[in-house]
Ligand binder design. Structure first.
Ligand code: GLU
Length: 477
């Protein structure tokens, strides 16, 4: 039975990279009908908080993922660690090291002078019982080190293939600090062994830890899971993506949620960071179900995956356009800081806005002019490119007004028909009529088309705005 883990450290908001790793775990596990364990790796007592843990759990839920076991917390599992620690102690696979930090620094300095790579020498490896007792009687508290055997460690990474490392190049690493705290390498392996994890799927930054982990699994007599190391997330300039993305905003799930991205779009985008459906498939849009069905490690790239905000916007715009007017209205409301005086207008306006909006955080820019009173300078009527000056603008509004007043079935198609007839009858260019109307209806330079806009506003509001625009022009003449 396939079993994977979600092992975030709750030391900060949920990073986009963490979300991507969890997603790959989720897709793989669900595709194999396997199980997922949530494990909060909160051994860093200073930086871990229940609030961050909750934020991560909320993020998992928001993205449409779930898990089967947990939450487990490493801070609550000390007994288990003690038990395994005793086991390793008995078997002699770990040993106490009494070296002071001054001694370790001196050792490193010497290695540096000899142009050797810095590595703990193993000085305390063979301390006798008497020597240990002497240190203890001096009140020294040891750290505990793992006795790295002189053997070759090999594993077959699901993404990167065969990887090997020589034990002699790995220093005897610390698994427990002198204050009794267990360290990451140890807790992560004890937990993976105890929870019978079959697949460890994580970021490439953990690849150099894997040999140590394999040695610990062996020492504990536990089966060794398969490993898959996912390519790092990079900024567009190919530097490692850290706390912020190219826009300078926090690279967190919370921020994407607050900016008004849809979880379906984020999932689709994250899944394609370093994975593709394989040759012969041009498919770009995937639902969670499709991803679960399609995902496999054969198509995970080894090269770093570039986090491109434009691409996320592209996905989001796609998913946003699929939503019903009701759903769109519900989604944009939290982002609008003005009074929505007409729900019917909102229903049509959001559909128009959705054609150009990339995420809901932009909703204000695309919707504010549908509501309340619009403010603009009459200079906006002047458009030399369209050969419109104030006189022509006035003429256009004066001509359009009675035509529009006469429209019985107020809808975009009908309005368009009537205005096109007017343009034809007057023998002018489209822009000469449509530009002044756009300005009068929206007070904006960029907006949806005139008939869609008028349709959304409704007859009464549209006519009132045109009359008002006309008054403004007359007053200034
Ligand atoms: N808590 C570790 C992290 O957040 C997990 C590492 C692992 O998957 O082994 O990086």
């Amino acid at each position: 039975m396939t079993k994977v883990r979600f092992p975030p450290s709750p030391t900060g908001p949920m990073h986009i990279g963490t979300a991507r790793t969890l997603l790959v775990n989720f897709l793989f596990a669900r595709g194999q009908n396997g199980k997922i364990v949530f494990r909060s790796e909160d051994t860093d007592r200073q930086r871990s908080t229940p609030e961050f843990e909750k934020e991560i759990l909320d993020g998992i839920n928001w993205l449409g993922m779930d898990f089967d076991e947990g939450p487990f917390r490493q801070s609550e599992r000390n007994e288990i660690y003690e038990r395994h620690f005793e086991q390793l102690k008995k078997s002699g696979k770990i040993y106490p090291c009494f070296c002071t930090s001054a001694e370790l620094t001196a050792e490193r300095e010497e290695q540096k002078m000899k142009k050797l790579p810095p590595k703990y020498s193993g000085k305390c490896r063979e301390l006798s019982a008497a020597e240990i007792q002497k240190f203890e009687s001096e009140g020294r508290k040891p750290v505990w080190r793992f006795r790295v055997p002189d053997e070759r460690i090999e594993f077959d990474d699901l993404v990167r293939g065969e990887i090997s490392e020589e034990g002699k190049n790995i220093a005897d690493f610390v698994i427990r600090k002198s204050d009794g705290q267990f360290l990451y390498h140890f807790t992560v392996v004890v937990d993976d062994a105890d929870m019978v994890i079959t697949h460890v799927i994580r970021g490439e930054d953990h690849i150099s830890n894997t040999s140590k982990h394999i040695l610990l699994f062996e020492a504990l007599g536990a089966p060794i899971p398969r490993f898959a190391h996912l390519p790092l997330l990079l900024n567009k300039d190919r530097s490692k993506m850290s706390k912020r993305d190219e826009s300078g905003k926090p690279a967190t799930i919370e921020r994407l949620k607050n900016d008004g991205y849809l979880p379906e779009a984020v999932v689709n985008f994250l899944a394609l960071l370093g994975w593709n459906p394989g040759e012969g498939s041009e498919q770009e849009f995937f639902s969670m179900e499709e991803l679960i069905r399609e995902f496999d490690f054969r198509h995970v790239a080894k090269a770093g995956a570039v986090f491109d905000l434009e691409r996320l916007n592209f996905f989001n715009a796609h998913y946003l356009r699929q939503l019903s007017a009701e759903k769109l209205a519900e989604c944009v409301k939290p982002f609008l800081d003005f009074n929505i005086d007409d729900e019917a207008v909102l229903g049509k306006a959001v559909k128009l806005a959705a054609e150009r909006m990339k995420f809901f955080g932009e909703a204000h820019d695309f919707l504010h002019y549908f509501f309340g009173e619009i403010e603009f300078e009459t200079a906006l009527f002047e458009n030399p490119k369209m050969k419109v000056d104030r006189a022509k603008a006035r003429f256009a509004l004066e001509q359009s007004l009675p035509i529009l007043e006469g429209v019985k079935n107020w809808n975009a198609e009908e309005i368009q028909k009537k205005l096109r007839e007017l343009v034809e009858n007057l023998g002018v260019k489209n822009g000469e009529i449509l530009w002044p109307l756009r300005v009068a209806l929206t007070g904006e330079q960029f907006s949806p088309g005139v008939w869609e806009m008028a349709d959304a506003l409704g007859k009464e509001k549209s006519l009132a705005r045109i009359r008002k625009g006309l008054d403004k022009l007359k007053k200034e003449d």
